[in-house]
Design a binder for this molecule. Sequence first.
Ligand SMILES: Cc1cc2nc3c(=O)[nH]c(=O)nc-3n(C[C@H](O)[C@H](O)[C@H](O)COP(=O)(O)O)c2cc1C
Length: 294
Amino acid sequence: MIIHNIQNCTECGACVKACSRQNFLLATSGEVSLQPQAADNCLGCGHCLAVCPVDNALSLTEYKNDVLEPLPSLPDEKATLDLIRTRRSIRCYQDIVPSQTQITRLLNAARYAPSGHNSQDFGFVVIYGQERVKALGECALNFYRRLVKILSYKPGRWLIRLFAGKGTFETLMTMTPRLKRHLAIYKETGRIEMVWDAPCLIVVHGPDRPDSAVNAVLAGYNIMLQAHAMGLGTCILGLLKEGLAHAGRGLKKTGLNLPPGQKMHMIISLGIPQKDLSFCKIPPRKEAQVTFLE
Ligand SMILES: Cc1cc2nc3c(=O)[nH]c(=O)nc-3n(C[C@H](O)[C@H](O)[C@H](O)COP(=O)(O)O)c2cc1C
């Protein structure tokens, strides 16, 4: 993946220090060379390019058309913490769909999330418009309606405990009143609280592996912070995601068909917060639970 253009290299050795995989060697003669194992060993993280003080001494074939931007100035510590602390889960949206340009800017932030082995193995499906969002909400509700029904019978409870295990069974039992409330609100008002009348959703998906789930969630959180900085509101929709994950054929009918082997790792609602919703304080949080091993 890495191409080392020796004619442009000043042999400063910066790439040797930056490469965590030791793909570069600084010889005692002062010569910098790319190691033969680099082709298989390179993560494609681009750190060597980012520390190289000259242009065109190094390139990565995968990103050969990318223009490397100089580092921008960074927000200070307080501004960073303020952005993190003032982000809230937004559950009241205006009836306006964020523009596709805005969504592109959010997905751009997601691209810069860390990922295991720099795999960047996440993808996104943007569910655009309230009708489509509602269809997904109804699909999840249909699953939960069936689940609540099964859990209301003793043999159903017994079967779920047998097949899903004690832990999942107990979680489902504690969730049941909440699910019943969602179903009742829908029946009475047609409102699906699971999607909060959002005009847009972003589904973050990736391979069905624990590390890919972490990658997807980190990318999703980048989206949430960037959205907050842009005056947009987001909320993680865990209940919707679980409902859709078990919806089976119902999900296909909504048009949300992920490529084979891909799993939804996170669903984020997105929209412009309602004008009459404004936070003037930061909510309290628990103290960090920390153990220092000294
Ligand atoms: C894994 C996970 C699942 C969540 N699922 C939902 C959900 O289904 N519906 C919802 O309204 N909020 C959901 N949330 C948002 C949390 O309720 C919210 O982050 C928490 O109450 C703290 O509030 P804040 O995000 O405004 O700081 C979820 C958050 C996480 C991390």
